[in-house]
Design a protein around this ligand. Structure first.
Ligand code: NCD
Length: 318
């Protein structure tokens, strides 16, 4: 444990200066250590008392809607004995008066020990880190990255399936979905066999694809989930990111175009797990919730212990 502790801290301190911006900031060794550490936090996430972060304050700045990410960070912090201050949505803060992100970050860094930031602009977290004297944790920057979601996704795969030699299908909005951008990158470090499944309009961009290939990722692209459902261990479903479409008419063309049903799952392997970062709209039929395949609600729970690990790292408590 001691070596791990040293390695984690030195990596964060020297390379990332504590910030968690993108999965690119993590090596596979780092990820493995985080996943291992997270197992220790699970009992605390389930209610065992801890005061590891007592006296520390986390600030949550969400410039976009959030339920799971914001509340699981808050739960993680509070279950570790820390406190949370929340900006309360942009309409309640000075953002509504025209304050820029750099000033907000400089000010909030005087109040809190770590800042969790979600912002609609790609690159916003990286920019915020330049102005921040406290660690910035990226909770999603536009269609860019969502590293803490990816870590909880990897943890879910490890707990509910296996991270070794997995065959995974990433289904849905691969163009605008930041969760799949971060996850595909991380899975390439695990040499997962990835199938990207999306309607042609929502295919992953060439830039991301090139990046994945550079990482040595084995990927294939198909447009129909029926083609692969019998040959995968993990099905990762995503919502079409309606809010990121420049033209609402373009969204209408793809709305409701894919849906996971019990019928489809009849062709699945016995050990398949179905994941989804949530919120879902209509891409998974609620009848699937009762099947042995569904893991998306467990997945949302794992956000708490993962974020405990990340907060402890950022605040140098582990
Ligand atoms: C995701 C997000 O915000 O990118 N939600 C989440 O954090 N669990 C997925 C989404 O909004 O579709």
């Amino acid at each position: 444990m001691k070596t791990h502790k040293f390695k984690l801290q030195s990596h964060l301190l020297d390379v990332m200066q504590h910030h968690i911006i993108s999965m690119r900031d993590f090596s596979r060794d780092d990820i493995d250590l985080i996943l291992k550490k997270t197992k220790e936090f699970e009992p605390i996430a389930r209610g065992k008392r801890s005061d590891l972060l007592s006296g520390k304050i986390l600030a949550t700045l969400f410039y976009e809607p959030s339920t799971r990410t914001r509340l699981s960070f808050e739960t993680a912090m509070k279950r570790l004995g820390g406190e949370v201050v929340d900006m309360g949505g942009i309409e309640l803060s000075s953002v509504a008066k025209g304050e820029n992100l750099a000033d907000t970050i400089r000010v909030v860094g005087n109040y809190a020990d770590t800042i969790v930031l979600r912002h609609p602009r790609e690159g916003a977290a990286r920019m915020a880190a330049e102005f921040s004297k406290v660690p910035i944790i990226n909770a999603g920057d536009g269609a860019g990255h969502h590293p803490t979601q990816t870590l909880l996704d990897l943890y879910t795969i490890m707990r509910e399936s296996s991270l070794l030699d997995i065959k995974i299908a990433l289904l849905g909005d691969l163009k605008y979905g930041r969760t799949v951008h971060s996850l595909a990158y991380a899975l390439s470090l695990y040499h997962a066999e990835m199938t990207l499944v999306s309607p042609p309009q929502l295919k992953i961009s060439d830039i991301f694809k090139k990046d994945l290939k550079k990482q040595g990722a084995v990927i294939r692209e198909v447009s129909n989930i029926d083609d692969v459902i019998g040959d995968i261990d993990v099905l990762y479903v995503t919502r079409i990111q309606k809010e990121r479409f420049p033209d609402p008419a373009e969204y209408q063309k793809v709305a409701g175009i894919y849906r996971i049903t019990e019928e489809l799952l009849k062709k699945a392997r016995d050990n398949l797990i179905v994941m989804h970062p949530l919120p879902r709209v209509d891409e998974i039929d609620p009848a699937v919730d009762r099947t042995k395949y569904a893991r998306y609600f467990e997945q949302s729970f794992y956000g708490v212990p993962i974020r405990m690990t990340l907060l402890s790292m950022a605040m140098e408590a582990v």
